[in-house]
Design a protein around this ligand. Structure first.
Ligand code: FEO
Ligand code: CA
Ligand code: CA
Ligand code: CA
Length: 739
C-alpha cells in the first residue's frame, strides 16, 4: 500500500504559491517487552498486567535574530537528561514500553459511559443510539483536566480528572456484526449510519487513580458526555450568522449539527478544550455532475479548494429512505436540492459549518459546544496555545493537514487578563471570537513571515481573480484561498504542534509528502528533501515519505510578531540511509522513525513525538519517542543535493544541532500494536502518569467475521476484534516519566 495511510486527504492546493525553490535559488547559493492486555470485556477498571514479552525573501530582510527567552514559568524544573533505555522497533501486536514501566488500558472503543448502558460486546450488535453513551472510535488528540476531591476544577490534581478525547474517524466494518451494509452504493441500514455518526466526535470522561495506584474511568460520573456528529452546536465569531452558514437546520446561520474528524486538539488558559475539525470535507456528498451546474463560480472555487465532491466518505447521505425529511442523514448532502435563494431549505451550505475549532467546556456537562470561526476554516489538525502573559494577546498555532497546505496562527485582539481563567466559555467569547488570523511563509534565508488574512489586505479583495472575497466572513470560511492569495508556503502536511514551555519555540510536524507534490524540482528550504525510501522488498517510496519536524521562534519572543526564525529540528529516516540526502539527522536504531504526527511538550521540557506511518511499517509498527530538542538555530545551514536520477537540485536549509538527535537526547519510548497509529499524549501535572492513544489497531486488514481473523487483536487478545483505546503508562517505582 501507499506509505500515506490517510487517502481521504485530497490534494486541493492548486495555487501557484511558491514551493519556495525560486527564492532558494535567488538567495542561497533491547529492552524488556511489556505486553499490554485488558482485563475482561466491559470492565471499567482495568488492572496492570505486564506479561512477557516579518522579513521577506529579498535582500532587504532583517538579519535573523535569536529571540529572547520567554518569561513563562514552567510548572516543574526542566529535565536535562532522558533516563530509560530505548525500546526496539517491533512488528508485534503489543504495546511495548521500557523496562521499569507498566501500561494498562483505560478507555476502549465501546466502553459504556453510564450505568444504564451495557458492557460492550464487541461483536457489532449494539444499536446505534447506544454510542451516545459509549467511547467512540479512533481515539486521537486528548487532554487532562484536573478535578478536586469535591469535583471542582483543580489544575494541580494528579489523581482525579476529566479526559477530553477526540474520536477522529472510524473503522466502519468493525462496528457492525458483518461489516457495512451497502446495496448499490446505498446505506440501507440507517442504524449503522447512526452508530457511525455517534462513534465520532468527542468524549469527556472522568478518570481516577485508586489508592493502589491503578487508574480507571468512572463509569457513572455526571461529567461523562459524548459530543457527536449529531450534537447541536453553536457557530460563534465573525462568520456566524453570515449568509454562507444558512442551512435547514439553522436558517439564521448560527448553529450546526455536531463535529467531525476531530484530529488533534487545543487547550485554553481558562480550562476548556478545542476539538479541531481536520479532513471533514469527504463526509459530505456532492455529486459534481449533478450539482455543479446549480452553483455559482465562487461556490465551485471554494468546493474545489476544500475538496467537497463525491459520494460521501461513509455514504451517510444515502441513508434517507426511512425518513426522507430527516435532517440527520440529509444534512450530509451538500447538493443544492431546495428552491430557496438562501439555502434555508437544504444543506447546500453545510460544508461551511465544518472545518473549525470547536470549544468544549469539560467542567460544564450541559454546555453547548461553540465553533470559533475567527480561527479560520481549513483541515484543522489542532491549535496549540503559545506563551500566556498577563496584559499581552494570546496566540494559537495551527496546521492544516493536507499535502501542500499551510501553517497558521491566530492572535487574540484582547490582552490576557488572568481573572478570565475561571470564566469558561465566556472567556472563549472574549479571546477566540475576535482576533487576527495569519498564514506562514517560510523564506529561504531562514526567516519567516506571518501573512495576515484580512479582507482588503494585499490580494484578499473583492477584485481577486481567483476568488472574489466578499467580506471577512468569506475570508475566514475560505481561509485556504485567502492564504493562497497572501502567498503562504506549501508544506509537507502540517500535523501537530507543540510549544516549548521554557523558550516558546514552536514545533510543527510535517508528516510526509508524495513524489508529485514534493518532487526534486519542488523541494524548497523548509521542505528540502525528495528521495527514495525503498521498502525492504524494494518497492520505491519517493517524495518525502519520512517527514520532518520544523520549528520557529517568534522575533523578540512576541506572540504578535509578524516574523520568525525557523530551522528543522528533525528529519525522519530509517537508520543506515544516506546521511547526506535522507538521514540528515543521523538517526540510529535507538531513534529512527518515519512520519511524525503527534507532538506534545510536557511542562518539564520533554518533547514527545508520535508516528502515523505507512512507510517504515515493513520494519516497525508506529511508535512514540522522547526528546530533549534544543532550540531554534542551535545548528546551522546544510545543503542537500536531491536527485531522482533525472533531475538534480541542491537546496540549502537550516538544521538543528546534531547533538539533539543522538540517542542521548532522542530515544524510542513506546512501540504500538499492529496497524495502529500512536496519537494523543498527555500527563498528569506531576508527570508521573502518562496517557497515550492507540488508534485503529488492525485497520489495514479486511476483517473476516467467520474465521474471526483481524489485522490485530489488541487490546483484548484472543480472537477479539481490535479496538482503539486510551492507555495509562506509569513507572513501576512511581517516578516521573521519561527521566
Ligand atoms: Fe488526523 Fe492530521 O491526522
Ligand atoms: Ca494526526
Ligand atoms: Ca497523520
Ligand atoms: Ca489514523
Amino acid at each position: 500500500m501507499s506509505y500515506d495511510k490517510r487517502e481521504e486527504d485530497v490534494v486541493t492546493n492548486l495555487s501557484n504559491n511558491a514551493h519556495i525553490d525560486d527564492i532558494v535559488e535567488q538567495n542561497l547559493a533491547n529492552p524488556n517487552r511489556r505486553r499490554l492486555m485488558a482485563t475482561g470485556a466491559g470492565a471499567a477498571a482495568l488492572s496492570f498486567m505486564s506479561l512477557t514479552g516579518c522579513g521577506s525573501s529579498d535582500s532587504s530582510s532583517p538579519a535573523p535574530v535569536t529571540p529572547a527567552p520567554t518569561p513563562t514559568t514552567p510548572p516543574v524544573g526542566k529535565v536535562s537528561a532522558l533516563g530509560f533505555p530505548a525500546v526496539s522497533k517491533s512488528l508485534a501486536d503489543v504495546v511495548t514500553v521500557p523496562p521499569g514501566y507498566q501500561a494498562s488500558v483505560l478507555f476502549r472503543l465501546g466502553d459504556p459511559l453510564n450505568a444504564a448502558t451495557p458492557d460492550y460486546r464487541n461483536d457489532g450488535t449494539e444499536p446505534g443510539a447506544s454510542f451516545e453513551f459509549r467511547a467512540g472510535d479512533h481515539h486521537d488528540g486528548m487532554d487532562y483536566y484536573g478535578l478536586s476531591a469535591t469535583g471542582t476544577r483543580d489544575a494541580n490534581s494528579s489523581t482525579r480528572g476529566l479526559m477530553c478525547i477526540n474520536h477522529e474517524a472510524l473503522t466502519p466494518a468493525l462496528l457492525h456484526a458483518n461489516g457495512v451494509t451497502l446495496v448499490s452504493g446505498v446505506r440501507t441500514v440507517p442504524d449503522e449510519c447512526i452508530k457511525e455518526m455517534n462513534a465520532m466526535g468527542v468524549a469527556v470522561v472522568e478518570i481516577a487513580k485508586a489508592a493502589n495506584g491503578t487508574w480507571s474511568y468512572v463509569r457513572n460520573s455526571s461529567f461523562n458526555r459524548r459530543i457527536t456528529t449529531i450534537t447541536d452546536t453553536i457557530l460563534s465569531g465573525p462568520a456566524a450568522g453570515s449568509s454562507f452558514m444558512i442551512t435547514k437546520h439553522s436558517p439564521n446561520g448560527t448553529r450546526t449539527r455536531g463535529t467531525a474528524n476531530n484530529c488533534a486538539h487545543g487547550t485554553t488558559p481558562w480550562g476548556t478544550y478545542l476539538a479541531c475539525e481536520e479532513n471533514w470535507a469527504g463526509y459530505f456528498r456532492r455529486v459534481t455532475a449533478v450539482d455543479n451546474p446549480k452553483r455559482t463560480a465562487k461556490e465551485l472555487t471554494s468546493f474545489a479548494r476544500y475538496g467537497v465532491a463525491g459520494n460521501g466518505r461513509e455514504g451517510w447521505a444515502t441513508a434517507t429512505a426511512a425518513d426522507p425529511n430527516d435532517t440527520v442523514f440529509s444534512r450530509w448532502n451538500a447538493e443544492r436540492l431546495g428552491t430557496s435563494a438562501d439555502g434555508s431549505d437544504d444543506f447546500r451550505n453545510a460544508p461551511n459549518t465544518f472545518g473549525w475549532n470547536v470549544e468544549i467546556d469539560p467542567y460544564s456537562p450541559t454546555s453547548t459546544p461553540k465553533k470559533r470561526t475567527a480561527m479560520g476554516r481549513f483541515a484543522h489538525e489542532g491549535a496549540w496555545v503559545g506563551k500566556v502573559t498577563a496584559g499581552q494577546p494570546l496566540v494559537w498555532y495551527m496546521g492544516c493537514d493536507s499535502r501542500g497546505e499551510y501553517i497558521y496562527k491566530y492572535v487574540s485582539n484582547a490582552n490576557w487578563d488572568p481573572a478570565d481563567a475561571t470564566r469558561g466559555m465566556a472567556a472563549g467569547d472574549k479571546y477566540l471570537d475576535d482576533g487576527k488570523l495569519y498564514a506562514a511563509r517560510f523564506n529561504a534565508d531562514g526567516l519567516g513571515e506571518w501573512l495576515e488574512l484580512r479582507f482588503g489586505v494585499g490580494n484578499i479583495t473583492s477584485t481577486n481573480t481567483t476568488y472574489a472575497f466578499a467580506n471577512q466572513a468569506d475570508v475566514l470560511i475560505n481561509a485556504r484561498l485567502a492564504a493562497d492569495a497572501a502567498g503562504a508556503t506549501k508544506m509537507d502536511r502540517p500535523e501537530w504542534g507543540a510549544v516549548d514551555p521554557f523558550n516558546g519555540n514552536v514545533y510543527i510536524t510535517l508528516t510526509n509528502n508524495n513524489s508529485t507534490l514534493r518532487s526534486v524540482a519542488l523541494t524548497d528550504a523548509a521542505n528540502p528533501r525528495s528521495y527514495n525510501d525503498p521498502r525492504t522488498n524494494g518497492t520505491a517510496q519517493r517524495g518525502n515519505p519520512n517527514g520532518h519536524i520544523i520549528r520557529f521562534a517568534e522575533l523578540n519572543g512576541s506572540n504578535t510578531a509578524v516574523a520568525f526564525n525557523w530551522d528543522i529540528y528533525l528529519f525522519g529516516a530509517r537508520a543506515g540511509t544516506d546521511p547526506r540526502t535522507v538521514n540528515l539527522s543521523n538517526l540510529t536504531a535507538a531513534n529512527d522513525m518515519s512520519s511524525p504526527d503527534g507532538l506534545w511538550f510536557g511542562g518539564n521540557g520533554i518533547l514527545w513525538i508520535q508516528t502515523d506511518d505507512g512507510a517504515y511499517t515493513d520494519v516497525t509498527n508506529c511508535m512514540m519517542l522522547a526528546a530533549i530538542p534544543g532550540q531554534v538555530r542551535d545548528g546551522g545551514p546544510i545543503t542537500v543535493t536531491n536527485t531522482d536520477g533525472t533531475n538534480t537540485k541542491a537546496v540549502t536549509t537550516y538544521i538543528g544541532a546534531a547533538s539533539a538527535t543522538t540517542e542521548t537526547n532522542l530515544r524510542r519510548f513506546l512501540v504500538g500494536p499492529k496497524e495502529a497509529e500512536i496519537t494523543g499524549v498527555t500527563q498528569t501535572p506531576d508527570y508521573r502518569t502518562m496517557f497515550v492513544n492507540i488508534q485503529h489497531p488492525g485497520e489495514d486488514t479486511a476483517p473476516n467475521f467467520t474465521t474471526r481473523t483481524y489485522g490485530s487483536y489488541w487490546p483484548d487478545g484472543g480472537n477479539a476484534r481490535p479496538r482503539s483505546a486510551t492507555i495509562v503508562i506509569t513507572r513501576i517505582d512511581g517516578g516521573v516519566i521519561g527521566v
